[in-house]
Design a protein. Sequence first.
Length: 343
Amino acid sequence: MKKARESFGIFEYIIFAAATIAVFFFCVCAGSVNVPLGDTLVAMWKAAVGQAVPDGMAKSIILYVRLPRVICVALVGAALSLCGCAMQGLLRNPLADGSTLGVSAGASLGACLALSFGVTVPGISGGGTTAMAMLFAFISLVGVLALAYRLDYSLSTNTIILLGVIFSMFMNSIISLVVTFSGEHVKSIMFWMMGSLSGANYQNALSLTASLIVFGGMLLACAPELNAFAIGEDNARHIGVNVRRIKLLVLIAASALIGVCVSVGGTIGFVGLVIPHMTRLVTGPNHRRLLPASLFSGAIFLMLADLLGRVILKPLELPIGVVTSFIGSIVFVFIFYRSRRAA
C-alpha cells in the first residue's frame, strides 16, 4: 500500500477523471426513466454545437432536467470534499469539515431566511437565496474568527473548533425558530434543509463552476502549506510558513465555497467529512495529491448518492442529504473502527 501511494501520479489522475466522466454519463442516462446513451450523446452534442434538437424524451429529460442537475451535483460534491480535505489538513483534526466553523449552519440560516421571507434578486433565479447564504457564511466566519482572536491571539486550532461547534448550535436554534414562524414556507424549507438539487439549473451550474475555479483554486494552491501544517503550527512557522495568513486564506475560501454550495443544494452532510478519509487511503496524506483526488472522488460519491435517491423508491425521490447522511455515517464508523484497530 505504501509503495502504491508513493507511485500515485498522472496515471491515477487519468483513472479518477475517466471514472468521473463515466459516472457522469451513467447518472445522466439512468433514473426513473432510462434514456439510451446514444440518444443522450446526440442530444448533448447538438445542443453544444447549437444545432436544433428534435423534440422528444431525450430533449425534455436530458437537457432540461438531468444534465443541469447532475452537473450541479458533481460540482457540489467536488467542492464540499475539497473544503473538508483542506479543513482537516489545516486544523489537523479528522472530524473537521465545512461545518466545523459553523459556516454551513450560518449559510443555512441565510438561505432559510431568504426562503421564508421571499428574498429575491431581480433577473437572477434563486439569487436571493445564494446572496443570503454567502452573506451569512461570511458573517459566521467573521464572527467565529473575531471571537477566537479575542480569546486567543494565535488563533489556535482548539479555540476555532470549539467556537465553531458552539456557533453551529446557536445558528441551528435560530433556524428552528425561523422554521416555527415560516407558515406556508415550512414544507419547502424543511425539504431544502434535507439537501436537494432537484431544482438545479444551468445558472446554478455556472455560479458553482465560477466559485470552484476561484475559491477551489485558492485551496489547491495552499497544498504545500497544508503539508507543513501536518508537523505542527510551530514547526510550520519555523520553516517559513505564514501560519495566520494561510489559516485566514483557507478559512475564507472554504467558507465562500460552502456558502455557494448550501445556497444551491441545501444542507448535505458527511461529504466533506468522509470522502477525504476514503481518498487518503488511496493517495496518502500528501495534499499535493490528496486535494485534487478529493475533487474527483467527491463528485463521484455525490453523483451516485443522488442517483440512488432518485431510483431506490421511484417514482418517489429521497433528498440527497438523507442518502449521504445514511451512507456517510456507516462509512465513517467503519473508517474509525479500522483506524483504531490499526493503532
